[in-house]
Design a protein around this ligand. Structure first.
Ligand code: AMP
Ligand code: GLY
Length: 422
């Protein structure tokens, strides 16, 4: 089988490595992929948002199955366009990807179907939003409606910060049209849990839970990033919490989307906060999380491609999806200065015995050398029986990988270890 994976980061590298385990797979193309994946996939220089050329490539190369991993092509309708040409895909259609593409849509969906989330107001008029901020509870959270490269959420600790956020999103158009509408919502507290799930629109199968570490600095300080590390499973996600999530969040969401004529097929990501009043949805993503995927898929014992195909064929209920009873930790090595300003072009050296543990995100091949080419450069994942051992082994591996100006958090997994008392 010829497989095509759209996207080019660490998440896509993890997906590719897992799909490669299937004996029927003869070739995997990554569009565009990155230089660090060259041993696992054929790199094709087509951008992940270039839908027209993605479809053309798939048709010309007789692709048997396509995985569309990032949010932008999904929201733009990449799956719809491929399906029109008869290419089976993993990923939601455009009308379902809106669950991530529009925060106004997802908040209204949750309200309509009684799915627990922060209370909120929607504004499409900046002055009305500014007036509301004069008397709303503080802290508050301001969110741009559309995609904003993960930067569209501002936690405002004061009224002035909230007003600045409204002005930069709605008046200065910091995120372009994504800021035509905004959501202002209640500030919630509690541990966060990421739950990725497989769903074929009818059945939902949660994967093993995980914990992201979004801030750039140790002890959750500094700016928000795409994610500096992950562990799985997440110890805050107990059996009782999981049962409550299934009943009040996962099943109601799948049914709501189906009921709206927007059946969701693919990976639906539930960003949850375990509050004093139970689990609530912080956000939905219409795709695998990055770097959650880098800890979740290494724990998957079932064949990924087979599971994905049952999602496409709407036979997920007949598929067994098994995860190892182990722990995984992924530490992201970034370029110093990320997420603001950083240099690129430094040579990366990865000892051969560690290659299977490494998922490369921002690198390019030049004259046979692998060079840094992004903020998040790579992730190192280790699977062990205990979380403490997984964390220790990942950091030992990090010490053996080298590039100039490397930066990584030193405390990935600490919060989870404290929760477990390990
Ligand atoms: P997002 O960019 O949507 O992933 O949101 C970034 C982060 O903002 C989340 O991971 C939460 O830590 C935080 N966040 C979002 N919404 C809320 C909320 N209503 N209350 C508290 N924190 C929030
Ligand atoms: N790790 C969070 C995300 O993928 O959005």
């Amino acid at each position: 089988m010829k497989i095509m994976v759209v996207g080019g980061g660490g998440r896509e590298h993890a997906i590719i490595k897992k799909i490669k385990e299937n004996k029927n797979v003869t070739e995997i193309f990554a569009l565009p992929g990155n230089g660090g994946m060259a041993k696992d996939a054929t790199l094709v220089d087509i951008a992940a948002v270039d839908i027209e050329n993605i479809v053309k490539f798939a048709v010309e190369n007789k692709i048997d199955y396509a995985v569309v991993a990032p949010d932008d092509p999904l929201v733009l309708g990449c799956v719809d366009a491929l399906e029109e040409k008869g290419i089976p895909c993993f990923g939601p259609r455009k009308n379902a990807a809106i669950i991530e593409g529009s925060k106004v849509f997802s908040k209204d969906l949750m309200k309509k179907y009684g799915i627990p989330t922060a209370s909120y107001e929607v504004f499409s008029d900046a002055d009305k939003a500014l007036e509301y901020i004069e008397s709303c509870p503080i802290p508050t959270v301001v969110k741009a409606d559309g995609l904003a490269l993960g930067k569209g959420v501002i936690i405002a600790m004061t009224r002035d910060e909230a007003k600045d956020a409204v002005i930069s999103i709605m008046k200065d158009k910091q995120f372009g049209k994504s800021g035509d509408s905004i959501v202002i919502e209640e500030f919630l507290t509690g541990p966060e849990v990421s739950v990725l799930s497989f769903t074929d629109g009818k059945t939902v199968v949660p994967m093993i839970s995980s914990m992201d570490h979004k801030r750039a600095g140790d002890n959750d300080t500094g700016l928000n990033t795409g994610g500096m590390g992950t562990v799985a499973p997440n110890p805050y996600y107990t059996k009782a919490v999981a049962d409550e999530c299934m009943e009040k969040i996962f099943l109601p969401t799948i049914r709501a989307m189906k009921n709206e004529g927007r059946a969701f097929k693919g990976c639906l990501y539930f960003g949850l906060m375990i509050t004093e009043n139970g689990p609530k949805v912080i956000e939905y993503n219409c795709r695998f999380g990055d770097p959650e995927t880098q800890v979740v898929l290494p724990l998957l014992e079932s064949d990924l491609l087979t599971v994905m195909q049952t999602v496409t064929n709407e036979t997920l209920s007949e598929c067994e999806v098994k995860f190892a009873d182990k722990n995984a930790c992924c530490v992201i090595m970034a370029s110093n200065g990320y997420p603001v300003k950083y240099e690129k072009g430094y040579e990366i050296t990865i000892p051969e015995e560690l290659e299977r543990n490494v998922f490369v995100a921002g690198a390019k091949l030049e004259d046979g050398k692998l060079l840094t080419n992004g903020g998040r450069v790579l992730g190192v994942t280790t699977v062990k029986d205990t979380l403490a051992d997984a964390v220790k082994a990942s950091y030992e591996a990090v010490e053996k990988i080298h590039f100039d100006n490397a930066y990584y958090r030193r405390d990935i997994g600490q919060r989870a270890l404290n929760c477990k008392g390990e």
